[in-house]
Ligand binder design. Structure first.
Ligand code: PLP
Length: 458
């Protein structure tokens, strides 16, 4: 029998207490945090949906592995376990461990980037773009047009627009394209998957012009789940086989282990090409650590090796994707506008539709994150004009393309009743949504203002 209720496929062995707060306490706490959820103390949050990065719960096997970690400086046993797991998953021979994903990005894109170089991606994740631009190179996003329409259903909204890819290669000249990067799932595009067919086509174009093809594989297992559900050729394949096939199309990969390796810290770079690997080794040793640990402890590497196996288990992936979809569908049923189809790791709410009476220059997304906290102690993140809004030459406000609020789901951390609670809080917010007012910024830093800006109700 196929049961309708999909249970968490784990029992809870260790628990972490959630500190309960009252609405009155939270009104003060958020005021004292200058109405910026990033400035709250984490212990004052009841359900923390700020990010899925580094927030996973590790398994009993991973914790047992932590005790077995080999902390030798060179050639540690734990390094060989991590290397084996990565080689098995990717099929690539040359592995460089790093303390997190962006360190791998800095190594590779710093080396092959620089002034005059161009990178093309389905969508560059923010640290990816930052590392590319920091090197002096240019980053161009080529998502398929369907990927930019929030409520349009499409099985692979994370795909790269291969026509736009080829046009850009011809426009900038193939010798100036440092790499093509396919991000799976497409984080900035709402956690939407890219298909095997798309990876194959991107690979063929890269081969035709002799361009390096890199997979940003932070959420490769979640992407494989969607492929198995939605792409005919993959129906009989295992999730690991799907991932292996996807890796086979690329020349290398960068992975933040804080996502689908189910650990709290770590990352790596894996390559097919020995020369490129050798050319990065010195920089790795100078900035991260010796080649058999990068910036990682032996115990971290042990946990990554185990996490990379656990993440491809059917029961885990089924529960993972289902629990994200569950939240998205419940909100949709209440008439709340969310990005669809629901992605792998997060639910994105259209805050402009939720608070149509709040003008974009008064940040409807920020208002929604503040109401979520005050009413339910829930922490989410604004992805709208606070994060991406700008000023033109005359000092006029230029809003972001969309005013979204992202609720990212940590892996194996919350149960269905936690999520039901989030849904209930939304039902309450709907009741008095016309009364909610916007916010203004009272202080902001020069860069990346969303992390530290101060706000005040209008
Ligand atoms: C998180 C992330 C990164 C960067 O990894 P960190 O470990 O946070 O440095 C790069 N690309 C994507 C798609 C990510 O989600």
């Amino acid at each position: 029998m196929n049961h309708k209720v999909i249970i968490e496929p784990f029992r809870i062995k260790t628990v972490e207490k959630i500190k309960m707060t009252t609405e009155n306490e939270r009104k003060n706490l958020i005021k004292n945090a200058f109405y910026n959820p990033f400035l709250l103390k984490a212990e004052d949050v009841i359900i923390d949906l700020l990010t899925d990065s580094g927030t996973s719960a590790m398994s009993a096997d991973q914790w047992a592995g932590i005790l077995k970690g080999d902390e030798s400086y060179a050639g540690a046993r734990s390094w060989y376990k991590m290397k084996d797991a990565i080689q098995n998953m990717t099929g690539y021979e040359y592995i460089l461990p790093t303390h997190q994903g962006r360190a791998a990005e800095h190594l590779l894109y710093g080396k092959i980037g620089g002034k005059g170089k161009v990178f093309i991606s389905n969508t560059h994740f923010d640290t990816t773009r930052a590392n590319i631009e920091y090197s002096g190179a240019k980053a161009i996003d080529c998502p398929i047009p369907e990927g930019l329409i929030p409520d349009l259903d499409h099985p692979f909204k994370g795909n790269m627009d291969t026509r736009a890819l080829e046009e850009n290669i011809l426009k900038y000249g193939k010798e100036n394209i440092a790499a093509v990067i396919l991000t799976v799932t497409n984080n900035s595009g709402g956690g939407q998957p890219a298909s095997l067919q798309n990876a194959k086509e991107v690979s063929e174009i890269c081969q035709k012009y002799g361009i390096l093809f890199i997979l940003d594989s932070c959420r490769i297992a979640e992407n494989a789940y969607f492929i198995k559900q939605r792409e005919k050729q993959a129906k009989e394949m295992t999730y690991l086989e799907i991932a292996q096939k996807m890796f086979s199309y690329a020349d290398g990969t960068i992975m933040s282990a804080k996502k689908d390796a189910l650990v709290n810290m770590g990352g790596f770079l894996a390559l097919k090409d020995k020369n490129l690997f050798n050319s990065l080794m010195t920089a790795l040793i100078v900035t991260e650590g010796f080649a058999t640990y990068g910036g990682l402890s032996g115990r971290d590497m042990e946990a990554i090796a185990i996490g990379l196996k656990e993440v491809f288990e059917h029961d885990y992936l089924h529960y993972r994707i289902r629990s994200t979809t569950y939240l998205g569908e419940k909100l949709k049923d209440m008439g709340i506008s969310v990005i669809s189809p629901i992605g792998g790791h997060a639910v994105y709410i259209d805050a402009k539709a939720f608070y149509p009476h709040i003008p974009v220059e008064q940040f409807p997304g920020q208002a929604l994150t503040i109401e979520l906290y005050k009413t339910g102690g829930i922490r989410a993140v604004e992805i709208g004009s606070v994060m991406f809004g700008a000023k033109d030459d005359k000092g006029n406000f230029v809003p972001a393309k969309m005013e979204l609020v992202r609720m990212a789901i940590p892996r194996r951390v919350y149960t269905q009743s936690h999520i039901d609670y989030v849904v209930e809080v939304f039902a309450e917010l709907l009741k008095y949504k016309d009364k909610v007012k916007g916010y203004k910024i009272t202080w902001e830093p020069e860069f990346l203002r969303h992390f530290t800006a101060h706000f005040e109700p209008v």
